[in-house]
Design a protein around this ligand. Structure first.
Ligand SMILES: Cc1cc2nc3c(=O)[nH]c(=O)nc-3n(C[C@H](O)[C@H](O)[C@H](O)COP(=O)(O)OP(=O)(O)OC[C@H]3O[C@@H](n4cnc5c(N)ncnc54)[C@H](O)[C@@H]3O)c2cc1C
Length: 384
C-alpha cells in the first residue's frame, strides 16, 4: 500500500462488495468496506447454501467472456482463501424444445461456440433419473456449469481483502453521503470518513441509498425450499448437475444436495414479489407456497420427499431489463455503482469485483460492459 493509493469506501459487502474489496485491496487501494450486517448474513442476496454457475448463458452470449474470467477468478480466490467454493457438476436446462430458455441456451452455445449436449427424454431419463421428463421434452447439458457456496465465498473474499490491508467494517450502516472537493465523505455510526472514491454495492437496498435516487432498482423476495432426498448419494454434485427446469406445471432452479440431506429448489413460477425493503423480509412462506412447491417436486423430481424440510427467504435487486447496473454513477464524480443483479449476479461476482477495481484505479476497463451502463436508465436524472 502506498500513500498515493486511493482511499475507497465500499458500501455493502454482499458478494459484489466483498469481491470489489478483494480486488481493490490487492491492487493497493486503501479500502474501507462497510456493511450494516455481518459477513455472509441471510437478509440480502448472497446467502442460502448454493448458487448456480453456468457458462452457456441464456441471458446472452455477450456474458460468456465475463463468465470465463469469473471462473478463473473463482479458482484464484479458492487458492488465496484456502476454501472450496466452486464444484463443477454440469448444468441442465430441461423443458419443451420451444421453451424460450431452451431456445436461448442453444442460441448462446451456437453464437459462442460452446460445448454442449442435447438429450431427448429417454436419454435424459437414463442419465439423470432424478428428473422426470415428458416424452416431448429435452435436456440441454452445459458441461461448464457448477455449484458455488455463497457464505464461504463472501467470507473468503473479505478475508483476502483484509489480508491485503482492507478494513472490514461490519455492522456499520452508512447513513450519509456528501461529495467533497476531492471525493466523498461518508458517515457511519456517527463517524465521518473522507475518501477519494465511493463504490456502491448495496444489492436490494439500492432504493434506500440517497446517491442512487433515480436509478430503477426494485427489491424483490426470492424464496428457496429444501426437500429431503430418498437416496442422498444420487443427488450429490457428482451425480446431479445444477438445473433450470421449465414445464407447463412449474419452473424452478434445482441445486444438488450439499448438506447430506436435502436438494434445494428455487421456484420461479410462484413469483418474486416486490418488497418495501429487505429489512421487511418475511420469515418463511405461507401454506399455499409450500403446497405449490411440493406439487412441483412431486410431479418433476421423483427422488425427493415432496414436503419441504426448510424454507428460507432472501431479497434481491432487480432492474427493468434484468441486467445489472455497472459503471460510473450518473451525475456524480468519483463514484461507481454495481447493483441490480436481477437474480443472476453471484457467479459473475469476482469479475465485477475486478471491473470495480479497474474503474476506480484507472477510470476504465477492458471488459465490455457498455450494455450494463447505468446511464441507460438515467436520462434526465439530476442528482446535484
Ligand atoms: C435466493 C436467490 C437465489 C439466487 N440464485 C443465483 C444463482 O443460482 N446464481 C447466480 O449467479 N445468482 C443467483 N442469485 C443472484 C445473486 O445471488 C445476487 O445477484 C448477488 O448475491 C447480489 O449480491 P449483492 O452484493 O449485489 O447484494 P447483497 O448480497 O444483498 O449485498 C448488499 C449488501 O449491502 C449492505 N448494505 C446496504 N445498504 C447499506 C448501507 N447503507 N450501509 C452499509 N451496508 C449496506 C447490505 O447489508 C448487504 O449486505 C440468486 C439470488 C437469490 C436471492
Amino acid at each position: 500500500m502506498t500513500a498515493s493509493a486511493p482511499r475507497v469506501a465500499i458500501v455493502g459487502t454482499g458478494v459484489i462488495g466483498a469481491m470489489a474489496a478483494w480486488q481493490l485491496a490487492a491492487r493497493g487501494a486503501h479500502v474501507l468496506a462497510f456493511d450494516s450486517h455481518g459477513p455472509g448474513h441471510d437478509r440480502g442476496a448472497s446467502a442460502g447454501e448454493s448458487r448456480i454457475f453456468r457458462t452457456v448463458y441464456k441471458e446472452g452470449a455477450s456474458y460468456v467472456p465475463l463468465l470465463r474470467r469469473a471462473h478463473r477468478l473463482w479458482r484464484a480466490l479458492e487458492a488465496e482463501s484456502g476454501r472450496a467454493l466452486l464444484t463443477m457438476c454440469g448444468g441442465l436446462t430441461i423443458g419443451s424444445p420451444d421453451e424460450p430458455d431452451l431456445a436461448a441456451v442453444r442460441r448462446c452455445a451456437d453464437e459462442a461456440g460452446l460445448a454442449h449436449e442435447v438429450l431427448d427424454a429417454s436419454a435424459a431419463a437414463e442419465r439423470f433419473p432424478q428428473h422426470r421428463l415428458d416424452p416431448d421434452e429435452i435436456a440441454f447439458l452445459d458441461p461448464d456449469a457448477g455449484v458455488l457456496r455463497p457464505e464461504p465465498s463472501v467470507q473468503g473474499a473479505l478475508d483476502a481483502a483484509a489480508h491485503h490491508g482492507a478494513r472490514i467494517l461490519s455492522y456499520q450502516h452508512v447513513e450519509e453521503y456528501a461529495e467533497t472537493a476531492t471525493g466523498w465523505r461518508v458517515t457511519a455510526q456517527g463517524e465521518h470518513h473522507d475518501v477519494d472514491h465511493l463504490v456502491l454495492t448495496p444489492g436490494p437496498w439500492a432504493p434506500q441509498l440517497a446517491p442512487l435516487d433515480g436509478l430503477p432498482v426494485e427489491a424483490r423476495l426470492i424464496t428457496a425450499c429444501w426437500f429431503a432426498a430418498r437416496d442422498p448419494a444420487a443427488h450429490r454434485p457428482d451425480r446431479l448437475p445444477i438445473a433450470i427446469r421449465r414445464h407447463s406445471a412449474a419452473g424452478f432452479s434445482c441445486f444438488p444436495l450439499l448438506d447430506g440431506v436435502a436438494v434445494k429448489i428455487v421456484p420461479h413460477h410462484l413469483g418474486w414479489p416486490g418488497l418495501d425493503s429487505p429489512e421487511a423480509l418475511p420469515r418463511g412462506a405461507g401454506t399455499d407456497f409450500a403446497l405449490a412447491a411440493s406439487a412441483a417436486v412431486e410431479r418433476l423430481l421423483p427422488g425427493l420427499i415432496p414436503h419441504p424440510v426448510r424454507i428460507s427467504t432472501y431479497a434481491e435487486g432487480f432492474t427493468p431489463d434484468e441486467h445489472p447496473l455497472v459503471g460510473a454513477l450518473p451525475g456524480a464524480a468519483n463514484a461507481t455503482v454495481l447493483t441490480g443483479f436481477s437474480g443472476h449476479g453471484f457467479k459473475l461476482a469476482p469479475v465485477f469485483g475486478e471491473i470495480a477495481a479497474d474503474l476506480v484505479m484507472s477510470g476504465s476497463t477492458h471488459h465490455d460492459i457498455a450494455a450494463l451502463d447505468p446511464r441507460r436508465f438515467a436520462v434526465g436524472t439530476q442528482r446535484h
